[in-house]
Design a protein around this ligand. Structure first.
Ligand code: OAD
Length: 250
């Protein structure tokens, strides 16, 4: 197995950090086989236009097309498993004194790996939401063929994810913002740092005095703000970080 060299000083900084925030993007699920958004060729946005599928207008225009696309994504996710990156984050949460996991991902893989309290910044594929009255409910059956009617107001419900132009769920935004501003360290893992407001969280953390760590295959707009850069696949680098921390913690 390829070894992962961690940047000098990162381990000590992590051990000394009181409050640690993990900010994850689709790169953390890539090695589970879930497509990212912007990776050329394989990324979802490399093959589809977001405006055709991930906006309230697209859902109004053609609800079945949008529903079918999300149903395909539910099927994909239901058929895969968390990868070592998800498990390493759950292990770090268990070992560190105070952590907060904020994910942009809607696949629920962090929860399936044992991260019980993930802040879902962009919602969750396996929930539905009524955009007319706000009613939300779990959507356990990935195969549901058509958008269900809202039990409260009768309107058509859509996937419980945040679409372009929609607000981040208020509680998720508040928890993430507060967590980042109070953090001693924020690790941005597998995100291109292109979509706000999630992409602003590393800067919020830095301005609050936190150290910023970027874990990615390549540099991103967040790299310039990073105190440490860990380059490589998260399914390798995060287990290496978790194991190295285990070696030095009592
Ligand atoms: P992107 O596809 O924009 O970026 C994925 C990032 O993960 C890139 O920086 C890759 O280099 C990196 N990456 C890929 N494989 C990796 C691996 N094995 N290990 C580590 N890094 C890896 O996805 P996000 O940044 O998550 O929002 O996109 C943010 C938001 O844009 C999504 O939540 C979604 C999308 O539009 C909404 O739909 C509202």
């Amino acid at each position: 197995m390829a070894s992962t060299t961690l940047p000098a000083g990162l381990l000590d900084a992590l051990r000394q950090a009181g409050r640690v925030v993990f900010l994850t993007g689709s790169g953390v699920s890539a090695e589970s086989g879930v497509p990212t958004f912007r990776d050329a060729l394989t990324g979802l946005w490399a093959r589809f236009q977001p405006a055709e599928l991930a906006t309230p207008e697209a859902f109004q225009r053609d609800p079945q097309l949008v529903w079918d696309w999300y149903r395909e994504r539910r099927r994909q996710v239901a058929a895969v498993a968390p990868n070592p990156a998800h498990h390493a984050i759950a292990a770090l949460e268990a070992r560190l004194p105070e952590t907060l996991l904020v994910t942009q991902n809607v696949d629920g893989l962090h929860q399936r790996a044992g991260s019980a309290d993930a802040v879902e910044f962009h919602g969750n594929l396996f929930t539905n939401r009524c955009r007319a009255c706000g009613h939300a409910a779990p959507q356990a059956d990935p195969e549901l063929a058509a958008p269900p009617a809202c039990p409260d107001c009768g309107e058509r419900m859509g996937p419980g994810v945040v679409w372009f132009g929609e607000a981040i769920p208020a509680q998720a935004l508040e928890r993430a913002w507060r967590g980042a501003s109070e953090a001693d360290m924020l690790l941005a893992i597998g995100t291109s740092g292109l979509v706000t407001p999630a992409a602003a969280l590393p800067e919020v953390a830095r301005q609050g005095g936190a150290l910023v760590v970027e874990v990615n295959l390549q540099s991103t707009p967040l790299s310039a703000q990073a105190d440490f850069v860990v380059t490589g696949p998260a399914a390798l680098t995060l287990p290496a970080l978790a194991a190295a921390l285990d070696d030095i913690l009592p």
